[in-house]
Design a protein around this ligand. Structure first.
Ligand code: GAP
Length: 436
């Protein structure tokens, strides 16, 4: 993890939040390459789950919702973690994460003091106020999940798009949780992004569709390059299921700190629609005109984190390779995820014709592919720099290019080089990068 956080900062993927003020613990800012990688992950998710399907519609709901939403969802009552405090150093921890010395005592992970184990429930929602008066009638919450924005729009989507069961809603957006113990870089933070699908099915199809989504979401991570040996499915035991869930399977990744959840795929039953129907007084039942049947659909929910998957993609892609006497660090990111697809360099920066040709080629490629131009170092250094951010191809313009109108294209992973005619470059990269 130290190598990943150092690379992320050095190369402009992820910076500590508010750093010039001493930093704000567990907040992180995405830099120039980080935001590209994040956007590429979100694009790949949207493409697979919205554009490549006929039955899933995109959404972007408000972040601050009516406070009754959180009563109906159960968050006000149930969205809490057990918290314990060390009497010696005053640190606070999740009661379910500390080492117990006995049934009634725990060991402080910070100062090793032994304390009485008497956890109290701590609600994880961030509270705020709507408008200028900070009284109880103005209380609102930052959403702790994007899901509820989709449940409350169930009727709007039925009325505007007239979908038949099964159909789904998909949304990507920020969520906020006042975590007691955030940590492990961007793995657990208080502000993060989720990618969630709420898939409405006839209750009799619930189990089969649940399995289909588990398979589809697992395949998505594999298709984007995560190594199979670092991914696993973990069905929840009955006693760890959320109060609304009939079943849930996590997709876990083997992070440097151990196997941890990347995404959960739950069968939420008809809990959500029934709750919102009851609290809003609106009829959220689905009417099947052909079967003449009224039913509360079950909801299958694949719910993943953008930041967590970004961390997994970074960790999985990181490689150190021995090249002659040197070690090269390379991010072997999938072509759809790599922040930059092509980098163009002039071999000699004191030859204006070479520099101009390289700049012209870069400008031309930029119109179609994410392309960068760099002439701030010797060629070996420029290659290493691009390897570290996962750039797929490097194009070098040299003296000979001025005569034979060919350039050298170097492949990130194999480091093999080939000469390609400048008039064939776009077609060459179209073939290499199709699907990006
Ligand atoms: N709507 C269901 C739901 O929110 P969850 O398991 O609490 O389920 C889903 O969250 C995903 O959101 C997790 O698998 C994880 O990827 C991401 N996530 C949850 N809490 C997070 C946090 N504090 N920091 C970063 N990502 C988080």
């Amino acid at each position: 993890m130290d190598k990943i956080t150092a690379l992320a900062k050095r190369r402009g993927f992820i910076f500590p939040g508010s750093e010039i003020y001493g930093g704000l613990a567990n907040s992180w800012d995405y830099g120039p390459y980080g935001v590209e990688l994040k956007n590429n992950i979100k694009r790949a998710w949207w493409n697979a789950n919205v554009y490549q399907r006929y039955d899933v519609y995109g959404m972007d709901a408000a972040l601050i919702m009516h406070p009754k939403v959180w009563e109906a969802s159960g968050h006000i009552k149930n969205f809490s973690d057990p918290m314990v405090e060390c009497k010696n150093c005053k640190s606070r921890f999740r009661g379910d994460h500390v080492e117990k010395k006995s049934a009634t005592e725990f060991v402080c992970p910070h100062c090793s003091a032994v304390n009485a184990f008497n956890p109290r429930q701590f609600n994880l929602m961030f509270k705020t106020y709507i408008g200028p008066v900070e009284d109880s009638s103005a209380v609102a919450f930052l959403r702790p999940e994007t899901a509820q924005g989709m449940f409350v729009n169930f009727l709007n989507v039925i009325d505007s798009r007239h979908p038949k069961l099964p159909f789904g809603l998909a949304q990507i957006g920020k969520s906020f949780r006042n975590e007691i113990t955030p940590g492990n870089f961007i793995f657990r933070t208080r502000e993060f992004e989720q990618m969630e699908i709420e898939y409405f099915v006839h209750p009799s199809d619930g189990d089969a569709k649940h399995q289909e989504w588990i398979d589809s979401r697992y395949a998505w991570y594999l298709n984007l390059g995560l190594k199979k040996e670092n991914l696993r499915l973990r069905p929840h035991d009955k006693d760890e299921l959320a109060h609304y869930a009939r079943a849930c399977t996590d997709i876990e990744y083997q992070f440097p700190f151990g196997w941890s959840e990347l995404e959960g795929i739950a069968n939420r039953t008809d809990f959500d629609l029934r709750q919102h129907a009851q609290f809003s007084g609106k009829d959220l039942i689905y009417t099947d005109e052909v079967k003449k049947e009224k039913v509360y659909p079950y909801i299958i929910e694949p719910s993943g984190g953008v930041d967590r998957s970004l961390l997994a993609f970074l960790v999985d892609a990181y490689a150190e390779e021995q090249v002659k006497d040197d070690t090269r660090v390379v991010l072997k990111l999938h072509k759809d995820l790599a922040p930059v697809k092509i980098a163009v360099f002039p071999l000699l920066k004191n030859r204006p014709e070479i520099v101009e040709t390289a700049k012209r080629i870069a400008a031309d490629l930029k119109k179609v592919f994410v392309t960068t131009y760099d002439d701030t170092g010797a060629i070996g250094k420029l290659y290493r720099r691009q390897d570290e951010v996962g750039t797929l191809y490097c194009v070098t313009v040299d003296v000979q290019s001025l005569e034979d109108k060919q350039v050298t294209v170097r492949d990130r992973d194999t480091m093999q080089q080939e000469r390609v005619g400048t008039d064939k470059l776009k077609e060459y990269f179209f073939n290499k990068l199709s699907g990006s």
